[in-house]
Design a protein around this ligand. Structure first.
Ligand SMILES: [Zn+2]
Length: 94
């Protein structure tokens, strides 16, 4: 679980957690000579429930958020593809 201290939501993966944060950290700004002239406004915040749903994020029955189910995301942790790998190894050995 990745509990957000700011909005008290739980996230199933770091991927989903990162997805619900937006805005800048207020990084330093430099002029053309490389001298620091100030910093950007700190706008880091959490998305609202509506904004997370708009991104395709899903909330399970325990209230834990997860990212959209896209190939290569945390969905793969649930799928057991071990059997397929073993079959491939067996084929090579023959
Ligand atoms: Zn949050």
């Amino acid at each position: 679980m990745n509990l957000c201290r700011a909005c008290s939501n739980n996230f199933r993966s770091v991927f989903a957690f990162d997805m619900h944060r937006t805005g800048g950290y207020g990084k330093a700004l430099y002029n053309s000579k490389g001298k620091a002239i100030g910093h950007e406004k700190h706008t880091r915040r959490c998305f609202t429930t509506d904004e997370m749903l708009a991104l395709g994020m899903l909330q399970d029955d325990k209230g834990t958020w997860r990212g959209p189910a896209t190939p290569g995301s945390d969905r793969n942790f649930e799928d057991d593809e071990q059997e397929e790998d073993e079959l491939e190894e067996e084929a090579i050995q023959r």
